[in-house]
Write a protein that binds this ligand. Structure first.
Ligand code: ADP
Length: 376
């Protein structure tokens, strides 16, 4: 917007008319004081300033404006005969630009100057925007790099822990074999097997992450019984966690279309998290419901829960709730993979949680997803 400052109303009217005719938005002020008040409230691209005004003259107004942060980018065109004075004040004025036009005003020259200032203003605005975007991009990349480094260090640690256990158990196994103690050999072999299974899961998660990144996570979708895989998972979970009571509610009672193994992976992730993040509770509630043409599935625990600000971020890659990350082992990638799987089933994933009260993780997926011709 342009501000015209002139004490002669006839000058204002004629300038305003020409500028508006050429598509510019115009505001007016009939004194230096009024102009300063307006400039404090609004941002102008350009001020056309009459030099000779009673009270505060145009140069005084310009000097005052030079101190306003709001008018830093604003250019000024003086309407004056005295070009020398313009040069004088230019020195102290570090803003958008200064120019002058001799009176009587040649409208063509004025329009040319106005257009030039507008072009410069647009260009510098575009440059500023680009600079802001670039700075944001640099910050984003730095943060991603930091997260990646942190992830590599956690991942190596997570992989090393089962490796060290396996090494230890194998040494013990050798001793038991020497002693011909078959029972202890069996127990230790079982422990080695558990640690290998842990390693297997970790490596599978790491592979999934890299497949998601490169767009190569493939799905093998067909009709399967949701109730059956859930029963199977709960049975295994009950065996592995005899201290936990799994309370199952609801049934789907129909076959659904999807990747059985991947849906199983999400359910297992929800349940293992529910056990891991609720060390002082011994109950996990599992609900599955058919709601119209969709499945609603949830796992509720009575564990540590989490504050609102974490609830959206826990589905981000590598995100772990910092306050509790020391207490619980993990890589912060399980839920990220779950989200990808559910979204690729045209579903939604989410959490309801209260700190100290527990969490409920859920997903909703369609029973017969439409437009799923590519099977992925
Ligand atoms: P991991 O458990 O390996 O860190 P996840 O991606 O499965 O990775 O979970 C991301 C984060 O979400 C966890 O680090 C934890 O802070 C939080 N979280 C996940 N499940 C629960 C839960 N049931 N209760 C409380 N916090 C949870």
């Amino acid at each position: 917007m342009i501000l015209i400052v002139d004490d002669a109303p006839e000058n204002i009217i004629s300038l305003k008319k020409v500028l508006e005719k050429n598509g510019f938005e115009v505001d007016t002020a009939s004194s230096g004081d009024e102009a300063l008040k307006k400039i404090l409230k609004k941002s102008y691209v350009l001020i056309i300033l009459d030099v000779q005004m009673p009270g505060m003259d145009g140069f005084e107004v310009a000097e005052a404006i030079s101190g306003y942060s709001k008018a830093k980018e604003t250019a000024i065109i003086f309407l004056s005969a005295a070009s020398a004075n313009v040069n004088l004040i230019t020195r102290g004025y570090s803003s958008g630009g200064l120019d002058y036009i001799s009176k009587p005003v040649d409208m063509n020259v004025l329009l040319l100057k106005v257009k030039t200032f507008y072009r410069i203003y647009e260009q510098s605005r575009a440059l500023n925007e680009m600079q802001t975007k670039l700075l944001e991009e640099i910050e984003f990349r730095k943060e991603a790099e930091r997260k990646k480094d942190e992830f590599i260090s956690i991942a190596s640690h997570e992989l090393k822990t089962p490796m060290t256990s396996i090494k230890g158990y194998i040494q013990l196994l050798e001793r038991s074999i020497d002693k011909n103690d078959v029972e202890t050999v069996k127990i230790r072999l079982h422990k080695v097997q558990n640690q290998i299974e842990k390693l297997n899961l970790l490596v599978a998660d790491l592979l999934d992450i890299s497949k998601i990144e490169s767009g190569k996570l493939k799905f093998n979708k067909k009709y399967f019984s949701f109730d059956k895989i859930l029963d199977h998972i709960v049975e295994i979970m009950e065996q592995a966690n005899p201290q936990v009571k799994f309370i199952k509610k609801g049934q789907i009672n129909t076959e659904i279309f999807g990747d059985e193994m991947r849906i199983e992976q999400v359910i297992i992730n929800f349940i293992t998290n529910a056990i891991k993040y609720a060390p002082d509770s011994d109950e996990v509630h599992i609900t599955s419901e058919l709601r119209g043409s969709e499945i609603y599935f949830s796992v509720r625990d009575f564990g540590i829960g989490m504050a609102k600000e974490h609830q959206l971020q826990i589905f981000d890659k590598f995100y772990r709730v910092e306050e509790t990350s020391e207490r619980f082992q993990g890589l912060g990638i399980g839920l990220y993979i779950c989200q990808e799987i559910i979204e690729r089933h045209q579903g939604t994933i989410g959490v309801n949680s209260e700190p100290g009260e527990g969490s409920e993780f859920y997903f909703i997926i369609p029973v017969h997803p439409e437009k799923d011709i590519n099977n992925n």
